[in-house]
Each structure stands twice: as structure tokens, then as C-alpha cells.
Design a protein around this ligand. Sequence first.
Ligand code: SF4
Length: 467
Amino acid sequence: MILPQEATAQATSGLDLELIRKYSAAAPRYTSYPPATKFTADVSPQLLDEAIAADNAPGSGPLSLYFHLPFCESLCWYCGCNTVITTRREAAAEYLDDLELEMMLVAARIDRKRRVTQVHFGGGTPTFFPPDQLARLGRRIHELFRLAPDCEFGVEIDPRHLTAAHVKVLRTMGANRASLGVQDTNPAVQLAIHRWQPAQLTEQAFTWLRAAGFGSVNVDLIYGLPLQTAESFGRTIDEVLALGPDRLSVFSYAHVPWLRPAQKIFEFRGQLPSSEDKLAMFAVAHAKLTAARYVDIGLDHFARPDDELAQAQRDGTLHRNFQGYSTAADASLYGFGVSSISSTADSYRQNHKELTAWHDAVRADRLPVERGLLLTAEDRRRRTLIMRLMCDRKLDYAALSAQLGVDVARTYADEIARLAQYERDGLVELSSAGVKVTPRGVPLLRVIATCFDATLTPSANRHAPAV
Ligand code: SF4
């Protein structure tokens, strides 16, 4: 049944809301395969050390570095990130003391001649750190690692905690991509989520970043928050488009109060929109963004046609890692800081999520790893199939068989047979040459990819709905 408020959005967005409603089951986001829920504390530090050594064999590919800077001044009640809430600025310098120890522990284990093609500061709020502390981190990165001249260097920005001095320091250390947290421009929603962000702060951040030469500016939005409606979220989209972002991430709010108790307040107040309202918000956002000629990259990402993410998708060189879609091909990811995740060709590892445990490990000269996973050859093949589906929206059996050393169509005949249900509804096209996801199937990429996921059982599936 198509609800009245959806009709206009559906007509202009090209989305088939009936099919989304039918198939929007819980599914991993596939920023990794196997998903992070499968990491275990059973992997010995020695095996993970061996995985790092293998990753640094002669001829290894480039590096991607992620730095988790966890502090925030106040909690946004919807937040699902690993944060430490404090107003104590000295926490930044203390944290950097330990971050430097971890960087040296890792630098001693890797081939430092490898080119770094991607750096990302995430949080938390990276600009919680005063400019002099960010400058100190930047110096250390350049001393210990070899950044490529065209390194994609991104920073998550909270416009409420940004100064012109931050922007200058970040640009000086090589940052050239920014991702601004906005979520919703409606003051009533901002009050309901405990994130007051007047429009002029966001506009000021844009002005500073553009003037400093940041090449790509992304805006993060969330739909499904308290008091949002399809109409009000449509206004948010319009106001953000007026700023001219290069990319937008339009995330679905994940309501998990058993993990994030602050979210319970939304239930007490009865302010959460229904799943039907949420779907209507997604349809409005999709319609407005595609009408404004942004390319639907997949999942929650939209980019201008000339943005390198959209180009990479056209060229078949798009990748997916823990930061989402990326152009950093085949880079090994090394994460630093509390809760950060690293990945090599055949291993994942995650740092302690608890600040004290992370501190204690690095001060004892140990890599602060809490859990991880060593991938089997079968895991690696399935990872390739899932990532190619998520990024290219197709599987080319001949090319993948040559790459993986198995006959893909025969080896994964059962998985391919499971796609038949999606073929009947026009979400995929199957042929003897491979699989193609149709435009109707793109919003359900995660669900389609689950056909190749051997880790998913109904009882183990605690992932958020796909839309
Ligand atoms: S600023 Fe970001 S990381 Fe910090 S509490 Fe708000 S949503 Fe969470």
C-alpha cells in the first residue's frame, strides 16, 4: 500500500517503496566481511603480530591510517559512537601522549616506506582537541609515516566546536576532506536530540573550509530522529543543498536503547517517528538529492557527479572500509586510539573500547588489541564477492573466477540461487555471465549481499534494518 505522503516522493525518487518495505530486513553494513560482530577475543597477540608481519612483506600495497579522537563536550542523545564526554581540555594532551606510544608501537612493526594514501580523523569530536594539540598529532604522523602527495586526508568536523585556527592547522598538516555533522537543521529536532546547532555555525564552517581549500566537503544527516517528519526533513535537505556540499551521507537512525541508554528518553517522550514515516523521509531525501543531480553511490551515500567517489564508482574502483565508501584501493588499514579497527588482507583487529584498558596496554608496550579475526581463504573469497556487489553493483563471474581461483558460478551456485527471489521482483538481473543489481535494487544492496554471507544466522542477526 502506498501512503499518501509517499506518493509524490515515490514518483520523483524512482524508489519502489513497496519492495523496500517487503525486503528491508536486518543486515550488516558490510564495512567488513565477516562483520565486526564476529570478531573474537580468542585470537592470540602472536597470531595478529604474524598477520601484521605478513602484511608488510616486500611489495606490500599502500596504507590507510585512522585516528580515533573520542572526546565530546556533551552527549547527543541519539549518538551511537564510542565517545568520552568531558569538558576537561587537558584530556586531549594526555590522550595524545598515549596515541604517540601506539603510533611508535605500530611504526616499529610496519614497512615505513609504504605510501599512505588515506588518513582519517574520526570521533568523538576531533576538533575538541585545541589547534596546538592537533598540530602536534600532525607532526607525529608526518615524522612516522610517508604520506603520498595526493593523500586523501579527511576530518570529521562538529561545526559547534570549530575555529578558524583549527581549519588552518588541519589544512597545514595536509587535511583536504571534511565531513560536517549536521543531522537536522530544524531547531525543534535539535532540542529534542540535545544537539543545538544554529545554522550560522554550519555556514561559517563551510566558509572557512572552502576558503582554506578543502577539496571535498561532506554533510552527515540522520533520518528517523524525534519530531522529524518527511516534510521537515525535506526542508533540512533543501537548506543543506543550498550550502553546496560535494557529498552527503544520509543515515538511518539506529534505535538501540539497550546499548545506548540515553536513547530511552525518545521513548519516554513518545517522539520517535514510525517506520512508515521514516521510509517517507528516505524517499523525500532520495528524490531531492537525485533531482539535484547527486549520484546515489549506495546505502547512505550521495555525491556530485564530478566528485571522486562518483568517478570511482563509474570506473569500478570504488572500495568499502570501516569509514564507508572510499577510493583508497587495496590499502591496509591501521587504526589508532581507543576502539579503532585495523584490517589487513587476512586479518581484522579492534583496540580496547575502554579508555583505561587502552592506556594500560600502550604504556606496557603492548598493541592495545581487544579482539580480532584471522580470515580463512573462504572468508576472503566471500569478502571479495560481497564488496564487489556493494561497490560495483554487479558480479562478473569470469573476472572474479580468474581473481579468486575458483569457478564462482559453480562454487557459489546455492548463493546465486538465493538471488532468484530478488530477480522475480526486478532487484537483480541474473545471466550466465554474472549478477547485476538494478537501480530498484540499490537501496537494498545490503540485503542482496547477505546471500553470500556465511556468518548470518537468524539468531545471530542483530543488525539494523537496511533502510
Ligand atoms: S558530537 Fe558526534 S560523537 Fe559526540 S556525542 Fe554528538 S554525535 Fe556523538
